[in-house]
Design a protein around this ligand. Sequence first.
Ligand SMILES: *Cc1c(COP(=O)(O)O)cnc(C)c1O
Length: 413
Amino acid sequence: MTDNKKNGFTTSVLHSDRRKPVEHGSVHKPIHTSVTFGYEDARELAEVFQGKKPGYRYGRQGNPTVSALEDKITRMEDGCSTICFSTGMAAIGAVIQALLREGDHIVSSSFLFGNTNSMFQTVDRQGIKVSFVDATDVKNVAAALTPATRVVFVETIANPRTQVADLKRIGDLCRERGVLYVVDNTMTSPYLFRPKSVGAGLVVNALTKSISGHGHALGGSLTDTGLYDWTAFPHIFDSYKKYPTVQWGMAQVRAKALRDFGGSLGPEAAHHIAVGAETIALRLDRQCASAQALAKMLEADDRVAAVYYPGLPSHPQHGIATELFSGYGSLFSFELKEDMDCFDYLNRLEIAISASNLGDTRTLVIPVAHTIFFEMGKERRASMGIAESLIRVSVGIEETEDLLEDFRQALTV
Ligand SMILES: *Cc1c(COP(=O)(O)O)cnc(C)c1O
């Protein structure tokens, strides 16, 4: 298998494992469960430890099955290297643990995945200041930058209200100011959008979601796009400056976050995610088409108060989403009119499952304010545009007609 750049997205994802020798011609990268790796020559072991020779040492820092997945994600994001973690949250935490120090400043979108929002509030109390701004307009991000700003963090499409960040202009701003631009690509996935195209330095993916796609493995990843100049970053330790400059950031993340905090991806999960990744294009084409049909049907119904989906022309960032993404994603949210109880509506659905998670092959629905956004309280919810009746829908791969019928029948009391 030669590395043919002309191959399409799915061909490239499917065959990435075979670019390096695979044991016995196995078409799947085998699951290596060994925690440690032995060497016949003890000097070789020392060279691996000292970074003079490639190789594996101990499972927390890397494993051949996980490495194969890292190569696959790098290929999907058109990046230069990837580190996998046990969850998406561990990947986001790694950026902070490995690269930031007391006194640093983060500018973050205020429209964030709930747990990321919670993490940033914790970090803010530990001496790294976080400013939350409406990142749908670059002006708000620019106004929040200070000389201490090290990172700008945004999601592509925000979960659950689907605001689309001003991705391209924020990328231009970060480049001008030498700030590391970190984009959480979970909601679009590299199939619909590559943050590298708008200047992101680091890309986060919660592999748990669309990339794995079947809700049967947790995982996260951080990809270096190669665009950020690490020589401009003030906190790289001397030990990692012995590598070529393009590797500085990830060398430090692998040691200071993955090795020292230990949020490592297990080989079995890596295998599940790698197999799931093979069908991401097929799944997302169907999921995006169904999401569009459902959003359109609900928007036209007068029992529905509001529908949020970037694929609708009524969405405030429909234009930017059309320009940047090759699809509008598998997730939308909507509010019912006040006289209909959101719990009763969810209980009338026969196909969709009331459950957390997203990007699954099954359609999942959740009453946002009462579950994933409950802990933050009503005031912060309101500031994030989360209505008490908001329902989030992660559209699965069921037949579109079946889903339309299910969501339609549940509107009738
Ligand atoms: C789910 C999610 C995460 C966290 O991923 P986990 O694997 O659940 O830790 C981060 N960002 C976004 C946008 C997500 O949807």
